[in-house]
Design a protein around this ligand. Structure first.
Ligand code: GCU
Length: 673
């Protein structure tokens, strides 16, 4: 066995690293796990308690009446929500008892993980306590963009853990380790293949593949994870040999029904299908002059008898835009396609909306669709994998960024609410909601390529569990659970993570304008890389100024998609948040920011500061040498060196580009090329 893929290896065990506590008043000798709760909770508790407390409790059918112990049982009144639990730790007849009561079997598992997390986080065991918690969103999903050949679209942590050389061929123990890792943060659904479903993956719905998928689903089931698959809208043709995939054609409907029956005969707890249709050249209902309601319905109706769901992506736009045509605005597309369809989808369809209107940029406004689908089950999609945020070479902690999105105010049923609240909504007519994260996981020994990128996976799960958790709370938890207790490590890492996003933002595309990356792979600077392309992602820089005018009065009108007060706030450069200034407005380089600086001077300053701050990150990391595992230290150190080169490149390219374009000198006389 590869020693790096062992739970004894610090970054492999990730936040489930259970270090022995120095002394403990609680020394559980027995463990009672009620019937029906499942073996997983018992296994996790026995292993975890041994590692944390040195006690290996004996599994017994009932409380023997003496000695410390843990009792796990199910009781629907323990929490109002499925997956919820109560942990009661108390002194009873001179002994300590921990009772973990789940609303259901899943609640028992989550409660067990939470209890271990309490012990890991130095919960005082000499006093009684009660903890109650439950998942706030119904679907908490990871989407892997993995292909059957083992590659991962936008993957930065090695190859797929599910597929190898054209086979569904996961290492069974790694699969279980993955399942426990993500279940421990409350994930309950995993889509294992790329939203871009190519010919080989289209065949997953056929028996030889379903046989293999069944074994994946079985391993997932032990940890409460439902398997989902991305499917090709044209499957009835490619796989079924039909002449059409028209959703209103009865033979197509029949094909989806038969297919759903087949899938469920192999995998009874199958979650459902994820569909990218009419998006970036994927097939969809538009080919037949049908709507997305028609397209989603034919698949949803086939899944409904089995309680399966369709996750239908709203990332639909014209990917063949003429850059000369300034009236088209890609940012408007998703809203224009989907807002009119609100309330028209079957109840087992979720609409999956990206957090911003464009595409996972470092800075984007919140998608106006978040507040415009009150009658539809809604999922917010974020990218944990760092396509545009440093590709797991540059450090970028995404939790602060997601918190901003979740805390953004929208109108829900006429009242002000937040995106987070909207996603917590379990409404009438079986409306549900949740979050989807494009996974940052591969087969690297540390799962995420950059050891500190694990914090993003952790933070995603925690926010999907409860979007009201604060950033410092999540950061503190992750650092302590992963690295243990060393005040220097804890404080330094918390500071580095919190600052990392702003540092990256400072040396890349300025003031919300986006892109400026190398086409294709999207790493490193290329200011005009997409400026004259078909993708609709422009900055419009000329000798006078830059930015995209999306106002109602003179621009593309995109701001009109927002509810008040945002519509007015974004409309004027005077009130528009400066971090988004160039997303909404085309301004002269001499436009003054609140700091008193001009836009051009801000570009110069922020880029030099951003690059210098990478040196600061390195100096912080240097402090930790000797305080954390040397292999982990070296790995991060090496990544930070790459980040330094990348930041320097960004700084020099962007500052030189705008100096040449504008002819305006730097007030501080720094070197341009
Ligand atoms: C981005 C990404 C693609 C991906 C697409 C999507 O554009 O670069 O790789 O397929 O998003 O979300 O569908």
């Amino acid at each position: 066995m590869n020693p790096l893929l062992s739970l004894d290896s610090p970054m492999y065990s990730a936040w489930l690293t259970y270090r022995r506590r120095k002394s403990t008043p609680f020394y559980p000798r027995f463990l009672v796990v009620e019937n029906g709760v499942g073996e997983t909770a018992a296994t996790e508790l026995r292993e975890g308690l041994f590692n944390l407390l040195g006690a290996r409790p004996v599994l017994v059918p009932e409380d023997p009446g003496s000695g410390d112990g843990v009792v796990v049982d199910g009781d629907p009144s323990a929490s109002v929500q499925a997956g919820g639990y109560r942990i009661q730790y108390e002194r009873n007849d001179g002994r300590w008892l921990a009772r973990i009561t789940g609303h259901d079997a899943l609640g028992c598992l989550y409660g067990s993980f939470a209890f271990l997390s309490q012990l890991q986080q130095r919960q005082d065991l000499s006093v009684p306590f009660i903890v109650e918690d439950w998942p706030r969103m119904s679907l908490r999903m990871l989407d892997h963009w993995d292909n059957l050949d083992g590659t991962i679209e936008r993957g930065y942590a090695g190859s797929s853990i599910f597929f190898r050389d054209g086979m569904i061929d996961p290492d069974p123990s790694r699969l279980t380790d993955y399942a426990r890792l993500v279940a421990s943060i409350g994930i309950n659904a995993v889509c294992i293949n790329n939203v871009n479903v190519h010919e080989p993956e289209t065949r997953f719905l056929a028996p030889p593949y379903l046989e293999r998928l069944r074994s994946v689903a079985n391993r997932f089931r032990a940890y409460g994870l439902h398997l989902y698959l991305s499917v090709n809208f044209a499957s009835p043709m490619i796989l079924g040999g039909l002449l059409t995939a028209d959703p209103l054609d009865p033979t197509v409907a029949m094909w989806w029904q038969t297919t759903a029956e087949r899938v469920y005969s192999y995998i009874p707890n199958f979650g459902g299908f994820v569909v990218k249709a009419d998006s970036e050249f994927r097939p969809g209902p538009f080919t037949y002059g049908r709507s997305h309601v028609d397209g989603a319905s034919v698949i949803a109706n086939a899944l409904a008898p089995f309680h399966g769901t369709v996750v239908w992506r709203c990332f639909v736009y014209n990917a063949q835009q003429d850059w000369r045509d300034k009236k088209i605005d890609r940012a408007r597309a998703a809203y224009e396609f989907f807002q009119p369809l609100d309330g028209r989808f079957p109840s087992n369809v979720f609409l999956q909306v990206k957090n911003g209107p464009m595409d996972f940029q470092v800075r984007e406004p919140v998608s106006p669709l978040m507040g415009a689908l009150p009658k539809t089950s809604l999922l917010m999609e974020v990218q944990i994998t760092q396509e545009y945020t440093g590709q797991q070479r540059d450090l970028f902690y995404l939790v602060p960024f997601w918190k901003e999105v979740l805390d953004f105010t929208i109108l829900g049923h006429g009242e002000a609410t937040t995106v987070g609240h909207r996603l917590m909504q379990v409404g009438p007519d079986e409306m549900r909601s949740g979050m989807v994260g494009v996974a940052n996981v591969g087969d690297d020994p540390d799962w995420t390529g950059h050891p500190l990128a694990q914090a993003n996976l952790y933070g995603f799960g925690r926010l999907a569990w409860n979007p009201q958790l604060s950033e410092p709370e999540i950061t503190r938890e992750w650092v302590a659970r992963t690295f243990g207790w060393d005040i220097l490590v804890n404080k330094t890492l918390e500071t580095m993570l919190t600052a990392s996003g702003q540092i990256y933002e400072a040396y890349t595309a300025p003031l919300g304008v986006g892109w400026m990356v190398n086409p294709g792979h999207h790493y490193g600077p290329n200011v005009d890389g997409y400026e004259y392309s078909q993708w609709g992602t422009y900055h419009y820089a000329d000798s006078q100024g830059m930015g995209v005018d999306r106002t109602r009065t003179t621009g593309t009108g995109y701001v009109a998609q927002y509810q008040q007060p945002w519509r007015d706030i974004f409309e004027s450069p005077a009130t528009c948040p400066e971090s988004l200034l160039l997303f909404f407005h085309h301004v002269p380089y001499t436009h003054r920011l609140q700091s008193g600086k001009t836009v051009i001077q801000h570009i110069y300053d922020s880029h030099f500061e951003g690059a210098a701050n990478v040196d600061w990150l390195i100096s912080q990391w240097d402090l930790l040498k000797g305080h954390i595992d040397i292999a982990v230290w070296n790995r991060v150190f090496q990544r930070l060196q790459q980040q330094r080169v990348n930041a320097r490149e960004w700084c020099d390219v962007v500052t030189t580009y705008f100096w040449r374009k504008s002819g305006i000198p730097d007030r501080r006389g720094r070197l341009f090329y």
